[in-house]
Structure formats: structure tokens, C-alpha cells
Design a protein around this ligand. Structure first.
Ligand code: NDP
Ligand code: GDR
Length: 321
């Protein structure tokens, strides 16, 4: 029997690498879309590079997406590509909209043109909830985004719903809360902290400069969350699902635990720096994953404490190595 073929945009990112591993384990043939850059950026997929096929394409260029789909004919498409850093979305709001919002339409429309039977996953985000309207946040909570990134993701979410309703496409949207791992980009707060702790523990640095320590996030492990993406596309009906742990912690608490694992006191090393504050902040995110639990049979396996420890250990190993 022919292997099922899946195409991942954003395969060089954190989630793309975990999803590719997961799909390979499920027996899929995995195609990864990569955009042109002057230097290759395959750090996260190097270990599986001989088991996947990479193909050129860019969410800014619909023609490239049509060619790619015609060539590879995937059964499932996971759209993980985005300008995903909230802080950058304030300094590059138009670019963020082009990639993170309109990019979704380009891909959905390419699918509609080439083969509307392709199943589609959109990487939506808890940043769509933004300002606290309801706690915990669930699928029915109204959106109130607080950054150009959040606004772009709301567009991506609704255009996915619209293609589902207009053309009967199997298009699902996963509203994922923050998920982290040792493969997280260094600019995101969890990895910035784990990497900073490792540098301080090894005597390479003495301080770590951060912004708002009081922001609260529902942090899970990326390896757990990619399973939920796949489960959504295996359902008979497409839909929207919140994927979260249901627990929230402050950035300060993350610091306390991460420094603690290395035998350090965060209060002696963390310096609050205005540069890392945002023009508008998302103060509190905590998701209600009941629908994903009940309908997808999904549950996270890695706890918050295990996640923090995993990230600190990995960065200490990395810097020692
Ligand atoms: P990353 O920032 O690690 O990865 C983003 C990926 O998008 C990279 O592979 C990047 O390629 C690619 N990309 C960016 N612009 C384009 C473009 N114009 N055309 C093609 N590819 C492009 O993100 P994550 O893995 O953390 O997140 C995956 C998705 O999930 C994103 O859409 C993000 O917004 C969303 N999300 C993430 C959450 C999280 O907590 N991690 C939570 C909720 C949603 P390159 O390597 O070339 O830069
Ligand atoms: P977020 O993640 O904005 O939630 O978006 P990030 O880790 O950047 O920020 C989390 C919270 O920490 C506060 N913070 C800092 N953040 C960064 N990056 N650097 C700092 O120095 C710092 N100090 C405090 C922030 O203000 C914020 O409140 C992530 C991304 O992966 C999105 O793509 C995704 O959609 C959402 O998670 C869910």
C-alpha cells in the first residue's frame, strides 16, 4: 500500500521538526516546504533530513504553492509557517500580515485550485484571545488580539473557517497555547531563560535581561502538541480545537524554577529591561482543552516542571558540548 503523504510548511521551525518526526513514525512520507535563504537553516531537521523530501515554496508566492502541490499531491497539509514572534510583529506589522494572515489564504486557495480534497491544518494561536475576556479560554471565547501577530492569526483562523464553509474543505484550526522545547527559538522567553541560565551556570555570563515578569502563560511541550495537530486531520469532520494544559504560570515562576535547577537564585541574575516590554501585552492565558481531550482523545504528557528541567539541561549540555 502507498504511504500517506503529508506536506509541512514551516518544517525548519520548532513545531515543524517535531511534527515531521511524529509523521515519519506514523509511516507517512513527509514533504517539507522551505523558503529560499542565503544560508541553510536545517539545524532542527538535520537528523531526519535523509528521510524527508524538501521542496521550495514561500507563503508570499501563491504560484510557488500551486506548483508545489501539483508536484507532490499530499493527502494532508500542515500550515505551520509564519512570522511567529510577537515582538517583531510590532516593528514589522505589514510583513507579519502578509505571511501570517494572507499566507493562509494563498495556501488555502492553492489547495482549492489543485485538489480541494486535501486535508488542511492551520496553526492558530492563543494570542488570538489577547486581552482577558474569559478565563479559561475555550473555542467559544471571543477574540481580542493585542498585537499585529495576534490580529494576523485571527484572520488566518477565520479564513480557514471560511474555506471550510464555502468549499466544504476539510480545514481545521488548532488554537494552540504556548508550547516549548529545547528546539524553541532563542528569542522566545522560555528558551531565552533556559539558555541564559546555562550561560550563567557555566560562568559565561552574570545577568539575564528580561521584560514583563508578571505575564502568565499556559506552557506545554511542543512534542505533545504536534500529536493534536495530526489527530485533528484524522477526524471525520473538520473543526477548531483549543490545545493547552489548563495550567498557567508567570514568567517569574519560570525563572525561579529554571535558575533553581542549576542551583541559582534568579533574583541575583535577572534584570528587568524596558526594551523587552511590548506596546500592548497579553497578561494571562490559560486554556480549557476539554474538547481536545474528549473528541480527539489528546492529553499532554510532559508537565511544566519536567519541561523547564528538560530545557535547562539541554542548554547546559549544548553549551558544554
Ligand atoms: P517557528 O518560528 O519556530 O517556525 C516558523 C517557520 O515558518 C519556520 O520554518 C520559517 O522558516 C517558516 N516561515 C516563515 N516565513 C515563511 C514564509 N514566508 N514562507 C515559508 N515559510 C516561512 O514557529 P513554531 O514552530 O514555534 O510555530 C509553528 C506555528 O505555530 C507558527 O505558525 C506559529 O505562529 C504557531 N504557533 C506557535 C505556538 C508556539 O507556542 N510555538 C503557539 C501557537 C501557534 P525559516 O526557517 O526559513 O525562517
Ligand atoms: P508569546 O511568547 O508572545 O506568548 O508568543 P514569548 O515567549 O515571546 O513571550 C511570552 C511572555 O513573556 C514575556 N516576556 C518576554 N518575552 C520575550 N520574548 N523576551 C523577553 O525578554 C521577555 N520578558 C518577558 C512577554 O512579554 C510575554 O508576555 C508565543 C509565540 O510562539 C507565538 O507564535 C504563539 O502564537 C504564542 O506563543 C502562543
Amino acid at each position: 500500500m502507498a504511504r500517506k503523504r503529508a506536506l509541512i510548511t514551516g518544517i525548519t521551525g520548532q513545531d515543524g521538526s517535531y511534527l515531521a518526526e511524529f509523521l515519519l513514525d506514523q509511516g507517512y512520507e513527509v514533504i517539507g516546504m522551505i523558503r529560499r535563504s542565503s544560508t541553510v537553516n536545517f539545524e532542527r531537521i538535520r537528523h531526519i533530513q535523509d528521510r524527508i523530501t524538501l521542496t521550495p515554496g514561500d507563503l508570499l508566492d501563491e504560484v510557488s504553492l500551486i506548483h508545489m502541490l501539483r508536484e507532490h499531491r499530499p493527502a494532508e497539509v500542515y500550515n505551520l509557517a509564519a512570522q511567529s514572534f510577537v515582538q517583531t510583529s510590532f516593528s514589522q506589522p505589514v510583513f507579519t500580515g502578509e505571511v501570517t494572515a494572507l499566507g493562509v489564504t494563498r495556501l488555502l486557495d492553492a489547495i482549492r485550485i489543485v485538489d480541494p480534497e486535501i486535508r488542511f491544518y492551520q496553526a492558530s494561536s492563543s494570542e488570538m484571545f489577547g486581552k482577558v475576556v474569559e478565563v479559561p479560554q475555550r473555542e467559544t471565547t471571543p477574540f481580542y488580539p493585542r498585537s499585529p501577530y495576534g490580529v494576523a492569526k485571527v484572520y488566518g483562523h477565520w479564513i480557514t473557517v471560511n474555506y471550510r464553509e464555502s468549499y466544504g474543505m476539510h480545514a481545521s484550526s488548532g488554537i494552540l497555547f504556548n508550547h516549548e522545547s529545547p528546539r524553541r527559538g532563542l528569542e522566545f522567553v522560555t528558551r531565552k531563560i533556559s539558555h541564559g541560565v546555562a550561560r550563567i551556570a557555566l560562568g559565561l555570563d552574570t545577568e539575564l535581561r528580561l521584560g514583563n515578569l508578571d505575564a502568565q502563560r499556559d506552557w506545554g511541550f511542543a512534542g505533545d502538541y504536534v500529536r493534536a495537530m495530526w489527530l485533528m486531520l484524522q477526524q471525520d469532520q473538520p473543526g477548531d480545537y483549543v490545545v493547552a494544559t489548563g495550567q498557567t504560570h508567570s514568567v517569574r515562576r519560570f525563572c525561579e524554577l529554571a535558575f533553581g535547577y542549576a542551583g541559582l537564585d534568579y533574583q541575583k541574575h535577572v534584570v528587568v529591561d524596558e526594551r523587552f516590554f511590548r506596546p500592548a501585552e497579553v497578561d494571562l492565558l490559560v486554556g480549557d482543552p476539554s474538547r481536545a481531550y474528549e473528541q480527539l482523545g489528546w492529553k499532554p504528557e510532559v508537565s511544566f516542571e519536567q519541561l523547564v528541567e528538560m530545557m535547562v539541561e539541554a542548554d547546559i549540555r549544548l553549551l558544554r558540548g
